[in-house]
Design a protein around this ligand. Sequence first.
Ligand SMILES: [Zn+2]
Length: 194
Amino acid sequence: MEKLFSPWRLRYITSGRRRDRACVFCRAVRGRRDRDNLVLLRGRGNYIILNKYPYNNGHLMIVPYAHVPSLREATPATLQEMMALAVRSEAVLRAVYRPTGINLGMNLGRSAGAGIEGHLHLHLVPRWDGDTNFMSVVHGTRVIPESLQAAYRRLRPLLHERGGGLRPPAGRGATRRRRRGPASGAGRRRGRAA
Ligand SMILES: [Zn+2]
């Protein structure tokens, strides 16, 4: 029988340790194979991962570690960091891909188009003028010229620039980084080099 009132679960849900073995987002960060799993960065309450089935080059997602289906069930600290990581990701995507636009969005629930509806995630999809071409309109497919591993190699170092108090990724040297505020430096640096 389903329990409708279960306040004792609140600590469990908000602890950030809630996991689901069958969930791809929970599985992706369980081990330490971040490169294989396309995990770009691990924060305190969220991580950044490349989408294995991208809508466009550079399509990444910001995902809480906690297996929660809605914003309401994520902690305020998690949501705050999610937005901070979105700021960082935006800067890096702009620097690397020079998009003319970026879609940010969440699909909450199956009817809204959520592929993995049990685990909240925020999409960032770089866009270019005319990228909705005849291939995607007529055939429902997209041409993604860049491989996922190539995207991983380009994005990861920039996302890690100016640590911003974030935890280094698993399996890497745990060098302490000084807290320096928002990660917009990557964009500026690349901007000058171009
Ligand atoms: Zn999950």
